[in-house]
Write a protein that binds this ligand. Structure first.
Ligand code: ADP
Ligand code: MG
Length: 627
């Protein structure tokens, strides 16, 4: 048997890092600005604990573009490096000075906001540069150092004459990466990744208009001055304490995040946790439109104020990806693949925490200002209903605040609704019958019929409602949901004053046979019932079960496609007690009889929105003939 060491040589690793470490070349700027920020924050920390006896001042990070020289420079006023430190931190690939710093100062620097992690960020510079220079002067009393490397594992390191503290990284941009010499491209990157980084970042200058002096003449132009163009807001709202922010500040920050969004958010949730993981952020409930897929990818993920991604899949539970806002966690690794992220324990806990916070916020909104919550319900219900379906933990919490509006805009919680209908809406087996409509206009006559009986009719019109109902029924054993046109309310709900049938069982059979001769029985199952004489003579209903299964299939219920292919099937409920039935029986000829039945059927179809095409044309003609 032979044993030995696998020989990893830098010559082999280096090109691999360049090529495969980051899929996106553009992140080099994010990495270098992160290092410049770290260098600045480290100095801030060292001065604050008295270890660095220098003036911290108001350091900024300067990004300079030189198209002629084909260079990008990132200049900071941070702690700098001595020649020895360059040897140690830069020449050792995958040795993170950031982690070393946090380890060394772990008692005091936990919250310092240091970004670095893996000790690889610096080398991303070689994805876009054929040569990289570091000119750096430490805050310590040592000469400046100048390091140059052309992307091969050899480098030069010599003294430099830089006198101000800090580090300048110069990238000599390679031929095929010249897009990064365009001002517009760099601007775009700065806005994307660095908009909320904690140290001010300057990119060029801008002209600012000053107020006119008192004695200026009308025609005198207002004076101007060139000022630093600072591209970031170093203190974004999510890094502040909720107590220090007003509603207006939250709205302002929303506009900062989404400058193209003109509508205010409905409300916000300020996230702030430091145990068992660190996470801050602000989530907003926007006004949602019907199309759910359009709304995704609006939450931005940051790590210590550095933008990471706006694809938060796996970190935020799916039903909350319709929200907007920012999540910032130093515990979310910056440079790793998505599949790794989803398996990460910290990430899983984050998802659970966010779900809980959102539920708690909704609950407090509901409790503190129910009226306002009701007013917003239609704009937020999709998220809540979707959450109730997909996350059991959320369902348990949402039971307290999920609302069920009636067609007349009374909002019940499910408990309240059950209490309200417990005596008036039960079926033969004593089950509670929840009546609902999905469309006020299409089901108008059915709604009216149910309301006339004094029943409560809910308006449940979101696209996933059939799934939700299924869930509600399985969690509330003694409850059944029926759409107003699902079955005739008189059949459904047990009543004390049972209507006495005008027809004998035999007469009912005869009537049924007569009607079946006229109506297409492959579509309609005829049923003669004794109902209130004032109720409509012919009523079309559709089995709740069949309809719901079809709907669920259409909105992605999964499983086999059993119901989608079934022909449409309806019940034709005939009111045996209506005067109209008497007219059928008394009709002088079979022709008159048939005409009456056809007309009644068409009227019933009309109220179910089922009368179309040739049937509609015939109906109109027949109706004109009648008048
Ligand atoms: P990380 O940031 O994860 O530590 P990097 O590869 O990005 O790894 O950087 C390596 C190390 O080089 C840093 O930890 C830091 O010690 C040093 N360094 C890089 N850029 C600067 C800078 N602008 N000023 C001071 N030190 C720097
Ligand atoms: Mg770094």
């Amino acid at each position: 048997m032979a044993t030995g060491n696998i020989n990893v040589s830098v010559e082999n690793i280096f090109p691999l890092i360049k090529k495969f470490l980051y899929s996106d070349h553009e992140i080099f700027l994010r990495e270098l600005i992160s290092n410049a920020t770290d260098a600045t924050l480290k100095l801030k920390h060292l001065t604050s604990i008295g270890e660095a006896k220098v003036e911290y001042g108001n350091p900024i990070i300067d990004i300079k573009l030189d198209k002629e020289a084909k260079t990008i420079s990132i200049i900071d006023q941070g702690l700098g490096m001595t020649a020895d430190e360059v040897e140690k931190y830069i020449n050792q690939v995958a040795f993170s000075g950031a982690e070393e710093f946090l380890e060394k100062y772990k008692d005091s620097a936990q919250d310092s906001g240091i970004i670095g992690h893996f000790g690889l960020g610096f080398y991303s510079a070689f994805m876009v540069a054929e040569k990289v220079e570091i000119i750096t002067k430490s805050y310590k009393d040592e000469p400046a150092a100048h390091w140059v490397c052309d992307g091969s594992p050899t480098f030069t390191l010599e003294q430099a004459d830089k006198t101000e503290r800090g580090t300048e990284i110069v990238l000599h941009v390679s031929e095929d990466e010249t897009e990064f010499l365009e001002e517009g491209r760099i601007s775009e990157l700065l806005t994307k990744y660095n908009k909320f980084m904690p140290v001010p970042i300057k990119f060029g200058t801008k002209t600012e208009t000053l107020p006119k002096p008192e004695d200026a003449k009308e025609e005198d132009p207002a004076p101007t001055q060139e000022v630093d163009n600072i591209i970031n807001n170093p203190n974004p709202a999510w890094t502040k304490k909720p107590a220090d922010l007003e509603d207006e500040n939250y709205k302002g920050f929303y506009r900062e995040l989404y400058p193209m969004q003109f509508e205010d958010p409905l409300f916000h949730i300020h996230l702030n946790v430091d145990h068992p993981f660190n996470l801050t952020g602000i989530l907003y409930f926007p006004k949602l439109s019907g199309d759910m897929s359009m709304q995704k990818d609006r939450i931005q993920l940051y790590q210590n104020q550095v933008f990471v991604t706006d694809n938060v899949e796996g970190i935020v539970p799916e039903f909350l990806t319709m929200l907007r806002g920012v999540i910032d966690s130093p515990d979310i690794p910056l440079n790793v693949s998505r599949s790794y992220l989803q398996a990460d324990g910290a990430v899983k806990k984050i998802s659970g925490y966010i779900t809980r916070k959102v539920a708690d916020k909704l609950n407090s909104l509901f409790k503190n200002n129910r009226e306002d919550f009701e007013a917003k319900w239609n704009d937020i219900k999709v998220v809540i209903e979707y959450g109730m379906l997909s996350e059991d933990k959320f369902y348990d919490k949402a039971e307290k605040f999920a609302l069920y509006p009636t067609v007349d805009n009374t909002f019940f919680t499910f408990e309240e609704l059950k209490e309200k209908i417990k005596d008036s809406q039960t079926d033969k087996d004593g089950k509670l019958v929840v009546l609902y409509a999905s469309n006020k206009d299409a089901q108008h006559s059915y709604i009216q019929a149910a309301k006339d009986k004094g029943y409560e009719v809910l308006l449940l019109d979101s696209p996933i409602v059939s799934h939700l109902i299924q869930k509600l029924e399985s969690s509330n054993e003694n409850t059944t949901f029926v759409r107003v046109d699902g079955d005739h309310v008189d059949n459904l709900i047990k009543k004390d004053d049972n209507v006495i049938s005008k027809l004998s069982d035999e007469e009912k059979e005869v009537l049924k046979t007569t009607i079946e001769k006229v109506v297409p029985t492959e579509t309609f199952t005829v049923q003669v019932e004794a109902m209130d004489s004032q109720a409509a003579p012919f009523i079309i209903t559709q089995s709740e079960f069949m309809r719901r299964m079809k709907e669920m299939q259409a909105t992605g219920g999964g499983g086999i496609n059993m119901f989608g292919n079934m022909p449409e099937n309806y019940n034709l409920v005939v009111n045996g007690n209506s005067e109209f039935v008497g007219k059928i029986n008394e009709a002088s000829t079979d022709e008159v009889k048939e005409g009456l039945i056809k007309q009644a059927l068409d009227l019933a179809k009309l109220s179910q929105n089922l009368l179309t095409g040739e049937d509609l044309t015939n109906f109109i003609k027949r109706s004109f003939d009648l008048i």
